[in-house]
Ligand binder design. Sequence first.
Ligand code: SF4
Length: 226
Amino acid sequence: MEKIDDILIEASRCLNCKKPMCRKGCPIATNIPTFISKIKDNNFKEAYTILHENNLMSQICSNICPVENQCMGSCIRGIKGKPVRINYLEKFVNDWANQNNITYEVPINKVSNKKVAIIGSGPAGMACGIELKKSGADVTIFEKEAKCGGILEYGIPDFRLSKDILTNLIDKLKDMGIKFQTNMELGKDITLESLKKEGYDNIFLAMGAEKQSTYKLTDEKTRKYP
Ligand code: SF4
């Protein structure tokens, strides 16, 4: 884990802007100045809570988000110098919480009694499952592969995202009451009709874009596609 002094120095670089461009650059509008201000106060637990209230996938995002084009790339400090290393701070908070067994209890607001099937356990499926579960829905995620996570499991190498982080996230979702069924392929093991017959009120398709695109490289001499 990073040295706390280094973390505090980095956090102290944040200007706590009134109009935080970093937040504008974040696709999920993470409350960046507030979580950083909690780090400055040495209140890492509160920083962790702020991050997780908004995004249960905080640890994953801090490892794989293209921050140069998002929060960090939008930081006002970057105009004349180096931007605040927001992902470095977010990563620290998550690592600190793991090491100290700090967890975030997701509040479940029982306003829905819907039974929902989600097809695909990648980031979209999990994010949808989290939000629906927060409203009290009965959520089952179906995954065609043997392991859950979609691109997080099968598309991102270990050196960029440790599988432990993904396992922790899936365990967190299970603790919330989200069910997972693996080796269940839509069109083979289950169909939209069979799910409706099983009583699912809603079905969310989150299978992702699996077909890879090919590089449009031309042959240097002929200028034709090989
Ligand atoms: S834009 Fe940069 S300096 Fe301003 S609040 Fe965000 S991280 Fe801090």
